[in-house]
Design a protein around this ligand. Structure first.
Ligand code: SF4
Length: 375
């Protein structure tokens, strides 16, 4: 690490543009924070080349692990680890939405937060447009932040009650020099309009808005930074059903208009079906199935996915639902079962399932499953 830092210092002067060099001397000239400029700078400044990657993919996650230590006793002795994310790999193509589903506590939100480096990773690699997010120096990470955003589940607690809406949306816009100061007010008005908010409400405070409007403010705050990728963490689960549809449609309209890429985390399978292009199914920290929405919804292959999807209600009284009821509760991620982690609840469990861990394999083009039934 020390060697890398030293190299960074040595290389920076020779690769700085005139504008950056001036900014470094204290002149008030903002650095070019476009993605292209950032990538070019990172290629040299951190002393690490951009990783080889598929240009179609905005996000490439390989073998991601995130373990949380368990502290016990008076002296906070290490008592083990919660394996929140345990070897997860997937890619998200530019301009598409990947839905990430699974029961509560399966690690969906931890994946989202670790991708954005809100959590440190334990192992693995996360590339954003070829940039290894977890190896970035802090200053470059700060400049990358506008490009990778998050929309949180609870619009009530994710907005500061002490700031009016234009400050909430505009604070980071100013900080990251997204638009020149002279255009700031018009820009905030424009962003509010594009998110279905009235600009004449910009001096109001969050408590003066309904739940749906607050989530629109959260979305406006994210897209005001001109991001490429947004993690949407259960963005509609705190809202009424009628408002949920409006917010989902807004996210889809913004995606078409701005070419955004989403990781959409939810336990609501109907919502995920509506918005996603691809689906990942997680169980106890592992991705057990991954593929196109059509494939996963029409032909789920993993027994856990079958059980999960059999619970989707069908709005037709003549259709008889054949629901698969899972026995038992989800095991502790601090002490997961051996072999396939689902074997304690699987109706198709075989002798080998408790002994060997199934690998995530491509059983059909673009359809990945981790189950010994498909070995
Ligand atoms: Fe069930 Fe075995 Fe497949 Fe696990 S590997 S899902 S226990 S059949």
């Amino acid at each position: 690490m020390m060697a890398e830092e030293k190299k960074t210092d040595e290389m920076a002067p020779s690769t700085m543009t005139a504008q950056e060099s001036t900014a470094g001397e204290g002149a008030n000239v903002p650095m070019d924070n476009s993605l292209e400029a950032l990538q070019a700078r990172i290629r040299y400044v951190d002393g690490l080349p951009r990783e080889p990657h598929d240009e179609q993919n905005v996000i490439e996650v390989s073998h991601l692990m995130k373990y949380f230590p368990i502290k016990v006793g008076l002296f906070s002795r290490l008592g083990g680890y919660v394996r929140a994310v345990d070897d997860v790999s997937f890619n998200i193509k530019r301009g598409t939405t990947m839905g990430l589903v699974g029961e509560s506590g399966c690690g969906k939100t931890t994946v989202g937060k670790t991708i954005l480096r809100l959590n440190d990773k334990t192992a693995g690699q996360i590339l954003f447009n070829g940039i290894d997010i977890h190896r970035l120096p802090h200053e470059e990470l700060r400049r990358l932040r506008p490009k990778i955003q998050m929309i949180f589940q609870d619009p009530y607690s994710s907005l500061s009650p002490r700031f009016p809406v234009n400050e909430i949306i505009g604070e980071a816009v100013r900080e990251h020099h997204i638009v020149p100061n002279a255009e700031f007010d018009d820009y905030i008005d424009q962003v509010m309009l594009s998110c279905g908010l009235q600009p004449y409400h910009k001096d109001r405070y969050p408590h003066e808005f309904s739940g749906g409007q607050r989530q629109r403010i959260c979305i406006a705050r994210s897209i005001a930074l001109k991001p490429d990728f947004i993690v949407c963490d259960e963005p509609v689960s705190a809202l009424d059903v009628s408002i949920q549809a409006q917010i989902i449609n807004l996210l889809m309209d913004l995606q078409n208009e701005l070419g955004l890429t989403y990781l959409f985390i939810s336990h609501d399978l109907s919502v995920v079906e509506h918005i996603s292009d691809t689906i990942g199914v997680m169980y106890l920290g592992n991705l057990v199935e991954h593929g196109s929405k059509k494939e996963i919804f029409s032909r789920p292959l993993h027994p856990y996915t079958e059980a999960l999807f059999s619970s989707i209600p069908v709005p037709d009284p003549d259709v008889k639902m054949s629901r698969v009821i899972l026995e038992g509760s989800i095991p502790s991620p601090a002490n997961p079962p051996s072999g396939c982690k689902f074997h304690t609840r699987c109706s198709k469990c075989m002798a080998c399932c408790s002994e060997s861990v199934p690998e995530l394999k491509e059983v059909e083009t673009g359809h990945f499953v981790a189950c010994h039934l498909y070995d």
